[in-house]
Structure formats: C-alpha cells, structure tokens
Design a protein around this ligand. Structure first.
Ligand code: 2AM
Length: 181
C-alpha cells in the first residue's frame, strides 16, 4: 500500500504578523479558553485534502503549479468562536475575490481528485485556539492587520511527540496584478 500523507493547501503568516497575533491572543483570552496554536503553525487553510497517496499528491502538485491566481491583500479585521468545532479564529469581514477564487479552484481540484470537501461555505479564517468548546468572550474591538498574500503552499500535518506540526512541502507564487496606467 502506498504511503499516505495528511495534506492541505494554505496561506502562511509572515513572522511579524505571527507575533502580533500571538500577543493579541495572550492579551485577550484566558489560558483556560482553549489550546493555543503555536506561532509557526498559524495559517489560513485554502483546501484541506486529508490523507493523500503519493500519486494523488503528485497530481495535485501539478495542478497547483498550473494555477494562475492573483496576489491579494487580506484585512484581518474579524474574530469569532465556533463552539461546536472548538475553534477561536481571526478572519476578515470582506474576503477579496482573488482569495475566494484561489480557494475555489483548489477545492474543486481536490474534490475532482477524490479529496472530500466540506459542504459548508468557505469561511477564510486563522485558527487561534482549539478545544475551545466552552463560551469564550470575543473582544469587541478586533485588530486590523493586513496579510499580503504573494504565494500559497502545500503543507503536511505531522503528529510527532504528542504535538502537531505543519511542514511546508512546496510553494507557488501568486501573480502580481498589472498596475493601471
Ligand atoms: P482549520 O483551518 O479550521 O484550522 C490542517 O489540519 C488544517 O486543515 C487545519 O487548519 C484545519 O482546520 C483544516 N481542516 C479543514 N478541514 C479539516 C478536517 N476535516 N480535518 C482536519 N483538519 C481540517
């Protein structure tokens, strides 16, 4: 049987934004609110692929390399809590069209390659806390940061020594839109 890896496409956060997020989380949530996701693991999932064979992974890497999607800026100006999933997240009030298109194309290729896709609408978010199943107060004033997305990546989710770690396998550039004269 071929080796399967747990994979997903995602946007990463630059180190400065990681630090801002970590500080904001520490300032606004008590330790008992949930299990914090480490700075290096913060990301915005575009398409979750699940356990994928080598052949499927190769096919999806090839598809990703042919995608011509535009770079975009994402305002991180929203936050929320999904008690069922136990997730506290940061997100956006206005998802840029380029982000929605990128997620849509990745999710549809994933589905075509047999990777089950959640039927819920895509809600771009950066998970901050997991196992947050009890009520959590979301600060009324959310931050207003900008994530400049110039590339997207394929990540492997690894569970080692009792911890989850996301390892970047490959990244692809997003094209810069032409400046208008
Ligand atoms: P998240 O995006 O809400 O944080 C790797 O597991 C990433 O893929 C996580 O960030 C996770 O949730 C996202 N993901 C989406 N669907 C998933 C699923 N069915 N199982 C596990 N992770 C999933």
């Amino acid at each position: 049987m071929s080796v399967q890896r747990r994979l997903f496409f995602a946007l990463s956060l630059p180190p400065k934004l990681q630090k801002q997020v970590i500080k904001w989380r520490a300032d606004h949530f008590p330790v008992e609110a949930g299990r914090p996701i480490t700075a290096a693991n913060l990301h915005l999932t575009l398409a979750f692929l699940g356990e994928v064979s080598e052949q499927k992974e190769a096919a999806l890497r090839s598809v990703a390399g042919r995608i011509e999607a535009k770079s975009f800026s994402l305002q991180i100006d929203d936050a929320g809590h999904w008690p069922g999933a136990g997730v506290v997240w940061l997100g956006t009030r206005r998802a840029p069209r380029a982000l929605l298109q990128l997620a849509e194309v990745l999710r549809s290729h994933a589905a075509r390659n047999g990777c089950y896709q959640n039927t819920l609408p895509f809600h771009p978010h950066i998970s901050l806390l997991r196992a947050a199943t009890r009520p959590v107060a979301i600060p009324p004033a959310t931050p207003n940061w900008t994530l400049d997305a110039q590339e997207f990546g394929l990540y492997q989710s690894l569970y080692e020594h009792g911890r989850t770690r996301y390892s970047l396998l490959q990244r692809w550039p997003l094209t810069t839109p032409l400046a208008l004269p």
